[in-house]
Design a binder for this molecule. Structure first.
Ligand code: NDP
Length: 330
């Protein structure tokens, strides 16, 4: 038997989340499947949507929640993995259309797993989770586009959230001048301690602005979307690069082509869910090398499986600072 956050549909169509005892024989049958004893999972924004049912991210019920996990292989039908290997899973529809990682045990395709970097503990890996891995994908996109620390300020929006916190700490450790945009007035000190050189109020960006504004950003990591992303593009410097990975403020994008055709600004979309194995391995290797371990513990707090259910609601309200790790065996 093992415990997991189990999602069902109530009679009124609402999602019901509970901690349930399950048997290993309940786990899905997968070709090239690997059974993993999970050490840690985490609560991402998407897990909040799944647990509360606020958005239809769960494609079939019953579902075990959790888009991330880190653990040890128990059994493997996949040539790349053997019992005892330490592995990470991020995305691939796990926790949405395939049983997920907010569980003491998971079975997934071996193609979806990558090795845990040796410099990071299982808890570190889930403190980072999909949020930190996505932050690294954004930083890699800025680097690939030639944005360097000497080019000027880099804006990070949704700064106190999971992606935002890790984006600040990765960028600042690489020498970038980071400006953090937040709605949380009492978290300025936290954001400065992660490496932000300036903190601005998110209201400056979240209302409709002019199509072209004063040029400020060499690069942007945007987790918010909507007017925030539009204003970020409108105030990016000539030839600058904006990476878009989130929709915490809305899915719309009310902007004009002016920043692109008059200033040569690039807008790059970042997806973590279906990224290739090579892209993931590179991002996790960079996380293992570039992140200061002291920063990881500063960003994350730990809860148990029961508490993770209410955290799912809190993350959607935007009241969580940094990241929440789930010790599934607590
Ligand atoms: P969090 O909830 O941890 O952080 C989101 C932050 O956005 C909040 O902490 C808050 O920061 C800010 N925020 C919340 N609501 C609003 C609002 N209405 N207007 C403006 N800002 C708001 O989520 P994550 O960091 O984990 O994820 C951020 C976004 O990125 C989500 O939309 C998520 O779905 C997406 N994402 C996408 C991935 C991909 O593969 N493309 C992977 C991972 C995440 P503050 O108070 O500091 O302003």
């Amino acid at each position: 038997m093992f415990k997991a956050i189990y999602l069902t549909k109530g009679e009124d169509g609402s999602t019901v989340a509970s901690v349930k005892d399950l048997n290993e024989s309940d786990l899905p049958v997968v070709e090239g499947g690997v059974t993993v004893a999970v050490d840690y999972s985490t609560i991402n924004f998407k897990d909040g949507l799944a647990i509360t049912g606020k958005s239809p991210v769960v494609r079939k019920f019953p579902m075990v929640a959790g888009i991330d996990f880190c653990g040890v292989v128990k059994e493997s039908d996949h040539p790349r993995w053997k019992a005892g290997d330490q592995v990470i899973l991020n995305g691939w529809g796990v926790g949405e259309s395939h049983w997920g990682g907010l569980s003491q045990c998971a079975r997934v395709s071996g193609d979806w797993l990558i090795s845990k970097p040796s410099s990071l503990s299982p808890k570190d890996c889930m403190s980072i989770g999909t949020a930190g891995y996505t932050a690294m994908l954004c930083v890699l996109a800025l680097e690939r586009s030639g944005v360097s620390p000497n080019d000027g300020e880099v804006l990070v929006t949704g700064a106190s959230g999971g992606v935002g916190s890790f984006a600040i700490s990765i960028l600042s450790s690489l020498g970038y001048q980071v400006v953090a945009s937040t709605g949380k007035k009492d978290e300025h000190q936290f954001l400065t301690s992660l490496g932000a050189k300036e903190v601005i109020d998110r209201e400056l960006l979240s209302v409709a602005g002019k199509p072209l504004q004063k040029e400020r950003w060499a690069g942007v990591v945007d987790t918010v979307g909507s007017h925030t992303l539009a204003n970020a593009c409108a105030s990016t410097k000539y030839g600058g690069v904006v990476t878009a990975c989130g929709l915490a403020g809305g899915m719309d994008l009310p902007l004009t082509v002016a920043p692109f055709i008059l200033r040569g600004v690039s807008l790059i979309g970042v997806d973590s869910v279906m990224a290739s194995k090579e892209v993931r391995e590179n991002a996790w290797s960079r996380l293992g090398n570039d992140l200061k371990l002291s920063v990881i513990s500063q960003i994350a707090k730990v809860v148990d499986l029961q508490c993770a259910i209410s955290t799912g609601g809190d993350i959607l309200k935007g009241v969580i600072r940094g990241r929440v790790v789930v010790d599934v065996n607590k």
